[in-house]
Design a binder for this molecule. Sequence first.
Ligand code: HEM
Length: 566
Amino acid sequence: MRLINLLVHNPTSISFHTGSTMELAVLCSLLSLLLLGRYTFVWLVYHWAHLHRKGKQVPPTFPNVLPLLGSALPFAFDCVSFIKKATQYAGSLVPVRLSILSGEIFLFQGPETVAAVWKQPQLGSPIFIYTFALKHVFGMPKHALAPYEADSSGSHRKPHPSSDVAPHNRVDFLTHVDLFKAFGGSGLTALFIRCADLLRRNLAALPISTDEWVEMPDFYAFFQDQLGAAVLEGLYGPTLPVLSPGFLRDLWTFDRATPKFAKLIPRFLIPEAYQARERLLESIRRWYKHAREHFDESLIGPDGDADPYWGSQLVRSRQKVLLEIDSQDDDTIAAADLGLIWASVTNVVPSSMMCALHIFRSPSLSDRLRDSLSDAVDTSTWHIEMDKVLRKPLLSSVYAETLRLHLQAYVTRCSPHCDVGLGSWWLPKNRVCMVNTYASHMDASFWNTRDGEFPVEEFWAERFLIDPKDERSGPVRGMCRYEPFFSVQGLEGAWIPYGGGYAACPGRHFAKRIIFYTTSLMLTCFDIQILNERLVMDNSSFGLGTQKPKQQVRFRIRRRKEGLVA
Ligand code: HEM
């Protein structure tokens, strides 16, 4: 009785004033019982919701032990196994609601449900996550976030009927128009050709001969330096890296820390990451100033896109669009451009590297790919016919399998105006909806493993090839077959490395070209031996992009006899 009085009238005094170990023990038992009772209730509701489904319903809450924290700790720090556990029910992928601190996240998984997310017009805008990333990851000053937070007009040309955002503040729509122009149609060709030429230039200049193997300590660093530099200069021009030679190094330091920024880790715990971000923002502002002083329309090159100061039409247009939005200045738009630079460099480089790593780890795969490329590469000029390369079935399968295996991203949406139906589920208005690529790509009930011979966690170069002579081939169990082909047909909502729907990654066609080109060029120009026997992968950037090896991967490289020379 005394314990209950204390709990009700003066709970904080218990441990200090009773001095009774006995009472403390009773209190702990009582609390444990309460927690257990609460957990049992949530657990029952969760299973009841799955076992007695009646029509459309909001996904049930994944059982968690601690009332205030909810699933916050495993979601942030044990993501790989937690996501696997939380998104499975009775062997199938299911949507689930996660309690995270005082809020909620809805994870929508399963091929049909994910396809419904892509198709739902109310979920066409990524502005919610974009604003979060600008604020917490890319360091946009608080005063500039208001127009981003207020933009409920959507990504489409026609604003949402219930939104009254002024036309010049439609940041979601305006930035997407520029991205679609740059990375689709003729813009794509010009950007790709520039990056490809720069990569060829970089590789040709390497001090690697045909007679001797050169040993190098880190395969990923090789790609960061060669391909990263080519993409950066190809998209943003030579001025930025010339004015700030350490830009790329800072970008990789910042990239390693992005999961920590997203988890709101404070400055005193990761001072180097914050300093790298400040240097990046400063470099971008310096670049703006220099470009404004020197740019002239007459400097735009024959492709109608490139110029030596801003680099491309995309950047020139963003200068106008972003500065016209309320409360923006160089400090704030530098954060938005850091976001774009990060998105355009830091996924395509590790994805190309992982693709090449799988290829060069297997000499027989390298040989087969070289054979298949022989009609697409001109050995005298080293011109690569991209139209042919992009249609090569084996390379296409290696590309698709690499992204299936290594993409670990959350795709985030929100419906600001109304509740939305997603297949047989509801997503309530104004709640965070996420799709995790890893959960979809590791769904063993969906992907063909050839009766367990090639588990979903392992690389199988031929997973996406359908061989009419082999009924156990192809990505989906029991897929119907007519003739040999590579296809992602039937994989909507299942193979989702670039997200999907209207807000799918705008750089996906560019990224695909770069990955195909880089691997073809490397196969053509170099012999490479990977020296690490085992690959242990690093999941520390889970949720934000491409998985990389945990340790440095040592390798030996030699120019092929007929290969490219400077
Ligand atoms: C293998 C390489 C890449 C992967 C796996 C990838 C993946 C993704 C994913 C999953 C998203 C979220 C999509 C969604 O919400 O549905 C995204 C967004 C984005 N990506 Fe990529 N990406 C890659 C390369 C690129 C490249 C090369 C560029 C630019 C040239 C780029 C630019 C962007 C931008 C700007 C966004 C945000 C779009 C928005 O605000 O709606 N990405 N990417």
